[in-house]
Design a protein around this ligand. Structure first.
Ligand SMILES: [Zn+2]
Ligand SMILES: [Zn+2]
Length: 173
């Protein structure tokens, strides 16, 4: 996994802004996790980190896009993704559950923020679970397979048990 750690000790009291344009921050995990999406428009992110007494304020935003196949008609389309974030991150203390996600690590006594993990989490939050090219996408004909957004086929749709129709649609996806 592509990793990017920010050394927190170098950040002045008034905070510092970071910009991320390296595409492997996004394309790396997309590939490694085998997500069914391809890179679209380049991603850009900015992050402002402000030291606090016992942690760090992390805020910023990101935007870009990915290409994915529609869950109904299988046509590839672009999904714009963007988001804003604002959170307080603190180093793990001895009492914390070691399984809890922590974005700050202490290595040789200095604190680093896992910027790549943080940004990837934002990406996953913005990504729709089952993307549709359009809210009213008509999908594929379960009989002949034409894309019913583009063509009207002559198939007679049997209106039998609607629960079976759901199963047929599932097979095609
Ligand atoms: Zn569609
Ligand atoms: Zn048809």
């Amino acid at each position: 996994m592509f990793e990017l750690w920010i050394a927190l000790k170098d950040i002045p009291a008034e905070g510092r802004e970071f910009h991320f344009t390296d595409q492997s921050l996004w394309t790396g995990p997309m590939r490694e996790l085998g997500l069914p999406v391809k890179p679209g428009k380049d991603f850009e992110a900015s992050m402002f980190i402000t030291p606090q007494d016992d942690g760090f304020l992390v805020s910023g935003s990101f935007s870009g896009s990915v290409m994915a196949a529609c869950g109904r008609c299988a046509e590839e389309f672009e999904i714009p993704l963007s988001g804003e974030f604002d959170s307080f991150e603190e180093p793990r203390s001895k009492d914390d559950d070691p399984l809890d996600e922590c974005r700050i690590r202490r290595a040789k006594g200095v604190l680093d923020l896992d910027a790549s993990g943080y940004l990837w989490e934002q990406f996953m939050l913005a990504l729709p679970e089952s993307p549709l090219c359009a809210e009213d996408c008509k999908g594929l004909c379960p009989k002949c397979g034409v894309n019913r957004n583009q063509e009207t086929c002559g198939c007679v749709q049997d209106t039998g048990d609607p629960r079976l129709a759901v199963l047929r649609n599932l097979k095609i996806q």
